[in-house]
Write a protein that binds this ligand. Structure first.
Ligand SMILES: Cc1cc2nc3c(=O)[nH]c(=O)nc-3n(C[C@H](O)[C@H](O)[C@H](O)COP(=O)(O)O)c2cc1C
Length: 288
C-alpha cells in the first residue's frame, strides 16, 4: 500500500508530520516524508489536514475527501438538537424508509473509534415477528423473576435483598410489576421495544478493547441524527443486558458468535412531539 506526497502540490507546511500520531509521516531534514507506511491506522488525518490536496493514499477512498463547510457549524443549532432529543416510547405505525436508516448508519461511521478500528457494525431488524419475539423474550425474563420473587423461597431471598440493600435496582422494577403486567397482557403495550418499527443493534468483536465505547459513541450520534430527521429513538439497555446473558436471545437477533452487541436502539416516527425541554441536574465538574 502506497502513501505518497505529490511534490508539485506540496507547500511544505509540515502539517502532515505534525498531525500524524502514528509516525507514518516524519520530518527528514526539514522535508515531510512517508517514513513508516506500515504504521498507518487509516485515520485519514493527513488527507484532511493537507491544505493542498497533495497526498495520495492507496488504502483510502479518496473520492470521499471534501472540504469542510465551516459556515454550517452552528453551536446554537447543535445545542437545540441535544436539548430537544427525547427517548421516544410511543411510535406511529409505519416503516422508516431503508435509505434513511442507511444514511444515518453511514454517517455514524464518522464517529471516533479507538485506534481508528472502525469495527462497529449494525444489525437492523424491521421484521415485526422478530421484534415482538425479542420483546417477549426480554419481558419474559422480568416476568420469570417476578414469579420467582413472589413465591417461597424466592420471596424470602427478595425480602432479604431489600433488607440488605434497600432501594436496589431490582426492587425498582419488581414493585410496579403488577401494573406492568396489566399493561402488557391487557393493553398490548410493548414495554421493551415500545412497539417501534426498527431495532438497531450496534455490535463489535467480543474480544479486544474499547468495543463498548465505540458502539455507544456511534449510538449517540445515531440518536441525534435521527432526531434532526424527525425520527425518534430510544436506547434499550434492557436488551443490551439480556443479550449478555441469554444465548436464546442472541440466536433470535442472529448476531455472529464472535461479535457482541454493545448498544441497542429502537427507531421510528414519534406518535407525538415534546415541545418543552425537561430540567436536568447540573453536572458536577471538578476543575483542576
Ligand atoms: C444506557 C441506557 C440504557 C437505557 N435503557 C432504556 C431501556 O431499556 N428502556 C427505555 O425505555 N429507556 C432506556 N433508556 C432511556 C433513558 O431512560 C432516558 O435516556 C432517560 O430517562 C432520559 O430521557 P431522555 O433520553 O428523553 O432525555 C436508556 C438510556 C441509556 C443511556
Amino acid at each position: 500500500m502506497q502513501i505518497k506526497k505529490i511534490e508539485e502540490k506540496c507547500n511544505s507546511c509540515g502539517l502532515c508530520v505534525k498531525d500524524c500520531v502514528a509516525g507514518v509521516w516524519r520530518d527528514t531534514k526539514g522535508v515531510a516524508e512517508v517514513a513508516a507506511p506500515q504504521l498507518c491506522s487509516f485515520c485519514g488525518h493527513c488527507l484532511a489536514v493537507c491544505p493542498k490536496d497533495a497526498i495520495v493514499h492507496e488504502g483510502l477512498d479518496l473520492s470521499q475527501v471534501r472540504k469542510v463547510d465551516k459556515n454550517r457549524l452552528d453551536p446554537a443549532v447543535f445545542r437545540e438538537v441535544v436539548l430537544g432529543r427525547r427517548s421516544i416510547r410511543r411510535y406511529r405505525q409505519g416503516a422508516v424508509p431503508e435509505d434513511v436508516i442507511a444514511d444515518i448508519l453511514d454517517l455514524s461511521a464518522f464517529s471516533p473509534t479507538a485506534s481508528n478500528k472502525q469495527d462497529v457494525a449494525y444489525t437492523v431488524i424491521t421484521d415485526p415477528g422478530v421484534l415482538s419475539a425479542v420483546s417477549e423474550t426480554v419481558f419474559g425474563i422480568g416476568r420469570k423473576l417476578y414469579n420467582l420473587f413472589t413465591k417461597w423461597p424466592g420471596k424470602w431471598v427478595y425480602g432479604a435483598l431489600n433488607f440488605i440493600a434497600p432501594g436496589n435496582d431490582l426492587a425498582r422494577y419488581m414493585e410496579p410489576m403488577p401494573y406492568y403486567l396489566r399493561q402488557v397482557d391487557q393493553d398490548g403495550r410493548d414495554l421493551i421495544l415500545h412497539n417501534a418499527p426498527v431495532l438497531i443493534l450496534a455490535h463489535a468483536p467480543k474480544k479486544g478493547r474499547f468495543h463498548c465505547e465505540n458502539c455507544n459513541i456511534a449510538a449517540a450520534n445515531i440518536m441525534n441524527d435521527a432526531h434532526v430527521r424527525g425520527l425518534g429513538t430510544c436506547y434499550i439497555g434492557f436488551l443490551v443486558l439480556a443479550l449478555k446473558f441469554s444465548p436464546f436471545l442472541r440466536k433470535q437477533v442472529q448476531v455472529a458468535r464472535h461479535r457482541r452487541v454493545y448498544a441497542c436502539l429502537v427507531m421510528g416516527y414519534p406518535a407525538y412531539g415534546y415541545g418543552r425541554i425537561p430540567p436536568r441536574r447540573r453536572r458536577t465538574i471538578s476543575w483542576i
